[in-house]
Design a protein around this ligand. Structure first.
Ligand code: AMP
Length: 127
């Protein structure tokens, strides 16, 4: 594994308190906050507090405690929005972009939780 983490990325600055965020949920290892440019009525980002670049980096290198905490934090973020089918909601989409083909802008792992409208097709362009 050869992942290089840039600690000057925007989400690292949010975690250090150098930039503000609109916090939705926080745990020992994870933070959920509103996306600054929402693409849906509900648009929440969930990040681990550790220095992980992408989903694959996190899944391969994080501790079991971090992975458990993060997975639960995503669930809590969805629960707080009240959009899960189990809560009577209309559903949501969870997306994690990685690298250039994934069109990742911020090189710190995050999942997007999008909800509040029909989110549309998985991707716009065909293969
Ligand atoms: P991605 O393309 O998956 O890396 O998405 C990065 C997301 O971070 C975009 O949806 C941005 O709107 C969002 N974003 C960028 N800066 C901030 C910020 N300071 N606070 C909250 N969200 C941000």
């Amino acid at each position: 594994m050869d992942y290089i983490y840039d600690d000057q990325n925007i989400f690292a600055k949010i975690l250090r308190g150098e930039l503000p965020c609109n916090k939705v949920h926080e745990t020992e290892h994870s933070l959920a906050f509103a996306d600054i440019a929402p693409k849906a009525p509900h648009h929440v980002l969930v990040i681990p507090k550790g220095p992980y670049v992408s989903y694959d980096h996190f899944a391969r290198a994080a501790s079991e405690a971090e992975i458990l905490d993060y997975t639960r934090a995503v669930g809590e973020g969805i629960a707080k929005l009240g959009v899960g089918p189990g809560d009577g909601g209309n559903g949501y989409r969870v997306i994690s972009n990685s690298g250039s083909d994934g069109v990742q802008e911020v090189p710190h792992l995050h999942v997007h939780i999008l909800a509040g409208r029909n989110i549309g097709p998985l991707v716009v362009n065909q293969p």
